[in-house]
Ligand binder design. Structure first.
Ligand code: CAA
Length: 285
């Protein structure tokens, strides 16, 4: 019989953590959301209110269901609040030392059966797992942005993840109305490994003035049916996040496809991070 995850902890309430919290709470899961301080929690609450209001406005959620969704989420600034969680999903910034610290602390706080998942885009789940005393109960659960809209969740198993844990997590993902794919632990997993070479190539074309940003994006939208062009998508993902993903993949594979285009670094240094900073390849209100 598959195991139910009734109470789920989310660590890190940025764009991804808040999106994951929303998806879980909308399907009836009790969520305990943890971030470092009240300011971070307020920002997370803001994401949740904005996104659920949008779902109400779009007719996808009734006001009563929105209220019930938000009421299923509690907030805390200490990982101690996760002592009773069946599953904890970590979505903190992509630094291995930070993730290692979070999981080592969770390992002391949570019961021995609690399953630990990381939403990392490109760091090694195996490396994260060895910072706990339960590497067999550690998996990757990689969601996509915007999380309430996109159906895919990559479930990453390491060489030591227990098969039952993978089965339970896959069943849980299906219960969320999402589509799981199961994959081994390699930088970029499936989607990012295929996507980011393409995105990087688009930056190089733009950088060399081969095409305008509008024409690059129009070509992929209207010629290939993609919902967004590559430069608009980079703005959505965040240029800093994209750079980190490319850099990690490049260091692992040495595939030149993933060597970050120099323009990306220059834009990041200048504070042009995409939608979240108001300006990237395009400008946002
Ligand atoms: N949060 C919640 N809902 C959102 C949303 C958000 N940020 N953005 C859009 N939506 C919802 C809208 O409310 C709308 O819902 P309804 O149909 O109920 O009205 C629906 O999505 C469609 O939105 P729009 O009509 O405003 O615009 P659109 O049709 O152009 O879709 C999009 C917007 C969903 C972002 C679409 O353009 C898209 O899917 N783009 C590609 C995104 C993508 O590839 N993401 C993957 C990034 S890689 C990643 O995430 C992995 C990683 O590790 C970095």
């Amino acid at each position: 019989m598959t195991r139910q995850f009734n109470t789920v902890g989310i660590v890190g309430l940025g764009t991804m953590g808040a999106g994951i919290a929303e998806v879980l709470a909308r399907t009836g899961v009790t969520v305990v959301a943890v971030d470092v301080d009240e300011t971070a929690l307020d920002r997370g609450r803001g994401h949740l209110t904005h996104s659920t209001d949008r779902a109400v406005a779009g007719g996808k959620l009734s006001s009563a269901d929105r209220d019930a969704t938000l009421a299923r989420i509690s907030y805390a600034t200490s990982l101690d609040a996760l002592a009773g969680a069946d599953l904890v999903i970590e979505a903190v910034p992509e630094r291995i030392e930070l993730k290692a610290e979070v999981f080592a602390e969770l390992d002391r706080i949570c019961g021995p059966d609690t399953v630990f998942a990381s939403n990392t885009s490109s760091l090694s789940i195996t490396e994260i797992g060895v910072h706990t005393g339960r590497p067999g109960k550690v998996v990757g659960m990689h969601f996509f942005n915007p999380t309430p809209v996109l159906k895919l969740v990559e479930v990453i198993r390491t060489v030591v993840t227990e098969p039952d844990v993978v089965t339970d997590v896959v069943a849980f993902v299906e219960g969320l109305g999402k589509t799981p794919v199961v994959i081994g632990d390699r930088a970029g997993f499936i989607a990012n490994a295929l996507l980011f070479g393409y995105l990087n190539h688009a930056v190089r074309m733009y950088e060399s003035r081969y095409a305008t940003r509008e024409d690059l994006d129009a070509a992929m939208r209207y010629g290939c049916g993609y919902p967004m062009g590559p430069l608009a998508l980079l703005d959505l993902i965040g240029l800093d996040t994209a750079y980190e993903i490319l850099d990690t993949m490049y260091h692992q594979s040495r595939n030149r496809l993933h060597a970050p285009a120099p323009l990306l670094k220059q834009m990041i240094t200048a504070g042009l991070l995409g939608r979240k900073s108001g300006r990237g390849f395009y400008t946002y209100d």
